[in-house]
Write a protein that binds this ligand. Sequence first.
Ligand code: C2E
Ligand code: CA
Ligand code: CA
Ligand code: CA
Length: 278
Amino acid sequence: IVLVVATLSGIAVFAVNLWNNWRGQAGDAFTRAVENQEFVPYYQPVFDLFTGEIRGCEVLVRWRRENGTMVPPGQFLPYAEATGLIRDITRQLMAKTVEDCAAIYRRNPHLKLSINLTAMHFNDLEILDEIQDIYGDSGIAFDQLCFEVTEQHPLKDLNLSRAIIGRIQALGAAVALDDVGTGHGGLAYLQKLGVDIIKIDKMFIDHIGTDHSSQTIVDTLVELANQLGLGIIAEGVETQDQLEHLKRVGVATAQGYVFSPPVPAKAYLEMLEKGAPA
Ligand code: C2E
Ligand code: CA
Ligand code: CA
Ligand code: CA
């Protein structure tokens, strides 16, 4: 028995070491990726459903590995958030939006640019300095910016988050509540945070026309936004039917594959040049 236990614990220790070692290496590679600034913004254009014009975009992070592969955020954000590296990544990403977009945004003051922040950002006043350092005098004006707070992760301190949102708005930028109705907070976040815009998640848009309850939720969110005087953006719109329904209930702004997936800077700028009135 002693021998069996000793052998088993030996195997267990070996397995744990192997695991930690692997994690350490993966962690090192990721930390190096942050140091090497391997994170790039992709841009998904947001459209006016009634005029067909581009209103602006949502910035979506991609990890461009040294070998050229593009890694989507689902594969690294949990780690980036758990380690706090998301703060560096977000800072790099915002700086790159200035390099990519400042010139055309300066010429087209109606264009908007939306950045995803994480729960951690809404628990620390530091983000306010970062926004001002990066965007102040950048060519992208504060009133062209929107910052998205997601319901997917719980906010630690609602009063502090509310204060940070208020200070972002005082700069002239907007704040949107992302993924409304899919995660924590729900209507409490809507009531307490004082956001300007709500984003209707793909989860609900997907079932327009096929599932009565999803459609009712979309209609009710639109009604709620109207009653509260909030802007509304539908995301993940993939079909013409979904588009028609959104227009019928008065949603004027949407993004989704029916228009365009997220694209690299060059492609986004080309779309703007083509779409922008001469
Ligand atoms: P999200 O903020 O809800 O972004 C929308 C996601 O839906 C994006 O996935 C986008 O590519 C995808 N999408 C847009 N339209 C369609 C459509 O018509 N059909 C389908 N099937 N998908 C569509 P992505 O880029 O993989 O991002 C996933 C999530 O990762 C985002 O969800 C957001 O929560 C997070 N994320 C992305 N970039 C950042 C970032 O820079 N910072 C932070 N903190 N989170 C980010
Ligand atoms: Ca978002
Ligand atoms: Ca969303
Ligand atoms: Ca979503």
